[in-house]
Design a protein around this ligand. Sequence first.
Ligand code: VG1
Ligand code: CO
Length: 552
Amino acid sequence: MTPSNHSESIRRKVRLNKTFTDQKPGTSGLRKSSKEFEQPQYLESFIEAVLRTLPNVSGGTLIVGGDGRYGNLPAIDVILKMGAAHGLKRVITTTSGILSTPAASHLIRTHKAIGGIILSASHNAGGPDGDFGVKINGANGGPAPESLTNAIFECTKELEEYFLLEGPSISLKIPGMHYINAMAVEVIDGIEDYTTLMQRIFDFDRIETLIKNDFPIIFDALHAVTGPYAKRILEGLLGASTGTVRNGIPLEDFGGGHPDPNLTYAHELASLLLDSNKYCFGAACDGDGDRNMILGKGCFVNPSDSLAVLTANAHLVPAYANGLTGVARSMPTSAAVDVVAKDLGINCFETPTGWKFFGNLLDENLITLCGEESFGTGSNHVREKDGLWAVLFWLQILAEKGCSVSELMTMHWSHYGRHYYSRHDYEEIKSEAANDLYARLKKMLPTLVGQAFAGSEVSLADDFSYNDPVDNSITTNQGLRLILKDGSRVIMRLSGTGTKGATLRVYLERYVPKTGDLTQDPQRALSNLITGINNLAEIKQRTGMSRPTVIT
Ligand code: VG1
Ligand code: CO
């Protein structure tokens, strides 16, 4: 019998007083307000369904951690007790329960775990009045595919009881080994393995030389999970001065802020780069550390452009020095990366929104890099997007090129042309108004082809569907597209991650070749498309909003 520092725990069956079926189809987990999660048996019901559905739970290893938000530690406690009742052999969790999404993905892969449970609502606000979430990852380290999440959802409908091992709670204050009956609970430092992985990918010495050589940088962790990672890597290993990492202590409510790295929610950082001369480079990550925003002095890097720049310069990073097998972007992401891929002679895949769609392409080595317009970039080193990895990638490029961020962007556009790009988000709209607006536009699509639009002509209008080249699965209804003769695109989607009402996302893109005007303000460059879609879809009238909540 395995040694145990617990007295024998009793396996208990608890009747569910209610059936909870709140999981949105198509999402890799459950994301709801903290208030909803605080209902008795709410979390337990979902975890029970996960533990009954994930393959190989009995005898398997599971990775568990979260972004430090309100509810993180109590949820880990519940998962440990329920995991033991379901026969897991081992759970690996982290000190203070702090584990970023990309670091979790890495642990799943290195420990050959059956999967992971990440407690996070990502970029959504946290705290008692914010949101909580449970993300489920599979054995490849990536977000659970739809087949698994649908099966979990089906299971929640039938659930009548859940199981747990009752006993004392395990302290996550320091690393150590514990047991709940036969199940081992390994508490590790969640930062270490990830740091080592980054050291394998990048040339830390070169980045250190850059930073120490009059290249002041600033990183905003937005009081979320990346604080301890960034402190160890940027301040600890790369010689950035103390204080480089702002808001570096994870707080349960993220200091009352919104841990979403964009110009609206990370405006303090943005203003440090855009309105002052103090820093050469700035970056921020989201709640669970998988998103990144990159800024230079007086310069904001659009995430779609970021993916293109990383692709064009990947050979400067030791891990990608031998070239890329291919790249991929989500459908609403601009085609800036497509142009680079063509130049490099590699494939560029177009997938629906959501990281899970990159999983098969990465597993089959069809792509090395991938990204989304929503501040997400990543590579084959894990199966999630990775915020700090992107920050280090940018620093490595700047170290090798010896130029500023804005010089790099100018050089990039003058070689490939520029894809002016913007996303307009209308948040917290009444669901009915959003659904009606969307359904109306969808119905109009066939009539639009051949019609004039925004100074051009509509050449394609459809609802995007994706045929996965690896498993041949087909995913439909992934966003309304208007593609114009001049190559411009307008795309509309309804968010799957919001928790209040509906969020309408409008994506706008216009390509200007290298001989054209590359220095316009994006909103001005896109103004025809913005007016065109506002009129066509009657956005203002139907949402009652005169302007978007967030403009990227
Ligand atoms: C958003 C983004 C999408 C991203 C998803 C999860 O989804 O648009 O690109 O993959 O969030 O990101 P939606 O359905 O709200 O548009 V995160 O940082 O939660 O892991
Ligand atoms: Co996230």
